[in-house]
Design a protein around this ligand. Structure first.
Ligand code: MN
Length: 411
């Protein structure tokens, strides 16, 4: 009978993320941001030791770029050495970001670490108490794009032990990411793997439970579109049962917060209210980068200007670089919720009706931004526009237009 095994499944460490779009942050905060991936990794190592796992899987994109920083390489190695001191093995594959590193000479690891070298599927045994109990299957990217349907290349030929497949790639219907080593869920069905450890998609997701097919997501979010807690899974496997449990590791949480029902009557009250909220968000176990969505009551219609919101943002952040558990408000998106009967306006025969109709007919607003979104410089510094962001921009634009049109009508 196979013994119970416990392992950690992690992916997409992106240890040397440069955080290019965030250089404007105060020095001490930017320093925390740049170190966040390394801190999350160190926590992962501590977790592995505390939880006495048998081994750790790192499924691709350990590094963000080809020119890895010395600091990230050293940190990675030190962690692996710590694992070795506790007799914990590690299995590493490289992904589309750190492709071609399988045979890099300067990346030598302690002998508890097994690296999948090439795009050929390889397997490594795992021994517990002198007995072979598992086989870990995987491959590494040799070039940036692996377009092959890699799932089909696996050959699970050791049903006498636990068989674990590792795969850095994306589901074929996925539109948010470049499609690498694409697969469809059906592709897994013909295999007899006991667990599929995926990497590449940074959002945590359990695609299937029998067997488990899991994206753990990255261990530290890198921008506002990688929100919430980030971490890894601890998997406990016995012959008849597999249990998985998520563990958060992040140092910084990226998050969007919406304030809908402000009780403030003026800017001063609003400022006080936001300061109170910010304090209530402060948390001793992590730091925050927040995008704030502020829906102000109608009383603010004629009294608030963008320049005042800019000032408010500055004020809110002013002392944060002296805090250990800082809460940094990255942006404030704001609008005044004034009540107008949209349906009635849209139905009217006036120009405003035509405008609202045109706005509703425009289902794909990204095309207006295509030139901007595809610009190389912009791409480097601005996060990709999500549907949510686009909807919001559209709603804000509508408010501006309607407001101006009504104002003209009044005068
Ligand atoms: Mn990645």
């Amino acid at each position: 009978m196979k013994p119970t095994i416990r392992f950690i499944h992690a992916a997409d460490l992106h240890l040397d993320s440069p955080y290019v779009g965030m250089q404007h942050l105060p020095e001490s905060i930017f320093k925390d941001v740049k170190e966040s991936t390394l801190l999350a990794y160190n926590r992962l190592i501590e977790l592995a030791i505390e939880e006495k796992v048998d081994f750790v899987l790192f499924v691709g994109d350990l590094f963000d770029q080809q020119s890895t920083s010395i600091k990230s390489v050293i940190t990675l190695k030190r962690g692996l050495e710590k694992l070795k001191e506790h007799s914990i093995s590690a299995y590493i594959s490289y992904g589309n970001h750190d492709f071609g590193m399988g045979d890099k000479v300067d990346l030598t690891f302690p002998d508890n670490t097994y690296v999948f070298q090439s795009e050929e599927i390889q397997r490594y045994p795992f021994h517990k108490n002198g007995e072979e109990v598992a086989q870990i299957y995987g491959f590494s990217y040799e070039k940036r794009a692996v377009k092959k349907k890699m799932v089909r290349e696996f050959n699970f030929d050791r049903p006498d032990v636990y068989q674990i497949g590792t795969l850095h790639g994306s589901i074929q219907s996925n539109t948010d990411h470049d499609v690498y080593a694409p697969f469809q869920l059906e592709d897994f069905e013909k295999h007899e793997a006991d667990y599929w450890a995926l990497g590449h998609i940074h959002k945590r997701e359990i695609l299937s439970e029998n067997p488990y097919i899991i994206y753990p997501g990255n261990i530290q979010g890198r921008h506002i579109n990688e929100p919430g807690e980030k971490g890894c899974y601890i998997v406990e496997m016995s012959p008849h049962q597999t249990e998985v449990e998520f563990h958060a590791l992040q140092e910084i949480i990226f998050e969007q917060r919406t304030i809908n029902n402000s009780e403030a009557n003026n800017l001063e009250e609003l400022t006080e209210e936001l300061f109170r909220m910010k304090e209530s968000w402060r948390n001793s176990s992590h730091k925050y980068i927040i995008r704030l969505h502020l829906h102000l009551p109608e009383t603010f219609t004629s009294t608030v200007e963008q320049s005042q919101i800019d000032e408010l943002l500055e004020l809110l952040n002013e002392q944060e670089d002296t805090e250990r558990d800082w809460v940094w408000i990255q942006t404030i998106y704001w609008s005044v919720d004034w009540n107008y009967d949209r349906d009635e306006m849209k139905a009217s025969s006036q120009f405003i009706g035509e405008v609202l109709q045109a706005i509703d007919d425009d289902e794909d607003p990204i095309r207006h931004l295509e030139m901007l979104a595809n610009n190389r410089v912009v791409k480097k510094h601005v996060e990709p526009f999500t549907k949510e962001t686009l909807d919001e921009m559209k709603a804000e634009a509508e408010q501006m237009i309607v407001k101006e049109l009504i104002k003209d009508g009044e005068s």
